[in-house]
Design a protein around this ligand. Structure first.
Ligand SMILES: [Zn+2]
Length: 254
């Protein structure tokens, strides 16, 4: 029997997926993803997650939040009712007295995981150094103090200067890539050129211009024929985000 652990919370826009334990169909929207020792992933409903895995001992990386970062406010509110597993939150720590304890998010660990695991195809998504730190996360000793300090400084510096490497921008990039992939998947292969170009541009520059987002929104109208709640994306999402003086991602992933 496999030993499952929590992998992340993610989104699925369409297509049937089933709970690995009870085989029930899970609705589109937010879903809990788990994986076994071999890295095989599966979806699970919140009730089955609790029953078979227990409450998580640390915060679950929530990629569904990143997708929502790009969504215009009105559309987001309208879309809220479509979220299948509001109760994904229910996998949060339930205390014996019924109060849910907030588990503090380790920003350094989640930043490393985002860069190393969830930015496939992005130029310089994680440098050698960040990859080493990422491996430390899963070692017995955990992250060394000097590694943690390095990432904390990187986070503070990139946030203050509002660069493409800031935690918030990394999240936006992951969100934008998510919606582009959904759009591509739901566009006929012979018509995917523009969207493919936008995805490549995003992965190269770690941001999109407002013109590019507007262009994507035009294609979104077509996507909505199959993905009914495909969102209108915020054209100003990447406004003001800067490339640091030393470098485009391909030279210096930071
Ligand atoms: Zn189930």
């Amino acid at each position: 029997m496999s030993l499952w652990t929590y992998a992340r919370i993610d989104r699925i826009e369409s297509g049937e997926v089933h709970c690995i334990f009870c085989k029930r169909a899970l609705r589109s929207g937010r879903l809990i993803v788990i994986h076994d020792e071999a890295g095989v992933e599966a979806y699970v409903g919140p009730a089955c997650a609790k029953k078979h895995l227990g409450a998580p001992t640390e915060p679950i990386l929530d990629l569904s939040k990143m997708a929502v970062l790009l969504v215009l406010k009105e559309a987001k509110e309208a879309g809220e009712s479509h979220i299948a597993l509001d109760s994904a939150d229910d996998v949060g720590h339930a205390q014996p007295n019924g109060h849910r304890q907030l588990i503090e998010v380790d920003e350094v660990a989640s930043y490393l995981r985002l860069r190393a695991e969830h930015m496939p195809g992005f130029s310089g998504n994680a440098t050698q150094r960040l990859r080493e730190f990422h491996e430390q996360l899963f070692s017995d000793g955990g992250l060394t103090d000097s590694a943690r300090l390095y990432v904390e400084r990187l986070l503070a510096k990139s946030k203050a200067a509002n660069t493409i490497y800031s935690a918030r921008n990394v999240e936006r990039c992951i969100g934008a890539a998510y919606w582009l992939k959904v759009a591509i998947e739901h566009t006929k292969p012979e018509r995917r050129e523009f969207l493919g170009k936008m995805l490549r541009s995003l992965r190269e520059h770690w941001r999109l211009t407002s013109k590019q987002v507007e262009g994507i929104n035009k294609w979104g109208a077509g996507v909505r024929k199959t993905v009914l709640d495909f969102p209108v994306l915020d054209a100003s999402a990447f406004d003001g985000v800067k490339v640091p003086r030393f470098g485009a991602p391909q030279n210096n992933g930071n």
